[in-house]
Design a protein around this ligand. Structure first.
Ligand SMILES: [Zn+2]
Length: 217
């Protein structure tokens, strides 16, 4: 951890931060792009979850930042995005005993080098004081969900997760994910946790697209 922090600082010196969305020098998410983010309207949680908190609408700024983090393998991008989540959670608290990241399959983890949800969750843990608890595993590689429709996603993701620790999971879990789409992945995580003894499962995500017909705030 210390070595990684040092490496991060060295990278900061060698490559000054540029905004992930607009490229302006000075910060990974510049004040202008950040202030232009639109809040996501409060809504009922997707099936299988007791609550959900989404920080903002999925627009081009968020999309660029998340893509740089995930597909550009830019681990540092998780810092401003995690702070966005932490700020949102402080303003919209969710009852929870622990944070958990939506796990990646081992193959995908090896490919990307890090789990973006875990990076985000670590940032929230630092700010909120909630522990980040490991133990939820993705036991099946479900491929790229993005190309699938709602029903196909649900079928593809069911039983993909397992609680892999002997001790039961915390009673109230707050799952951390980057983008919320149909909620099928989060619901499958919640199923695995409930089967092992968790009572309440909520989720927090950076962004979500508005459903057709849904009004922007
Ligand atoms: Zn910017």
């Amino acid at each position: 951890m210390i070595i990684r922090d040092l490496l991060d600082r060295l990278l900061d010196l060698l490559f000054p931060d540029r905004c992930l969305a607009c490229g302006r020098a000075g910060a990974l998410l510049c004040a202008r792009c950040r202030s232009g983010l639109r809040p996501y309207p409060p809504e009922a949680p997707p099936d299988g979850l007791d609550g959900v908190a989404v920080a903002c609408l999925y627009d081009s700024v968020v999309r660029k930042a998340i893509h740089r983090m995930k597909y550009g393998r830019m681990r540092r991008a998780a810092a401003p995005l995690g702070d966005l989540l932490a700020d949102h959670l402080l303003a919209n608290p969710q009852p929870a005993d622990a944070l958990m990241a939506v796990p990646l399959h081992a193959g995908r983890l090896a490919e990307r080098g890090f789990n973006q949800s875990e990076e985000l969750a670590a940032r929230i843990a630092r700010r909120s004081g909630l522990p980040l608890v490991p133990g939820l595993l993705r036991c099946r590689d479900t491929g790229h969900q993005a190309s699938l429709g709602r029903r196909a996603r649900r079928a593809n993701i069911e039983a993909a997760f397992v609680w892999a620790v002997h001790a039961p999971p915390p009673a109230r879990v707050l799952l951390v994910d980057d983008v919320l789409t149909t909620g099928a992945t989060l619901a499958a995580c919640a199923d695995a946790l409930r089967a092992a003894g968790t009572r309440e499962v909520r989720a927090v995500a950076i962004a979500r697209s508005l459903a057709p017909g849904q009004r922007s705030p």
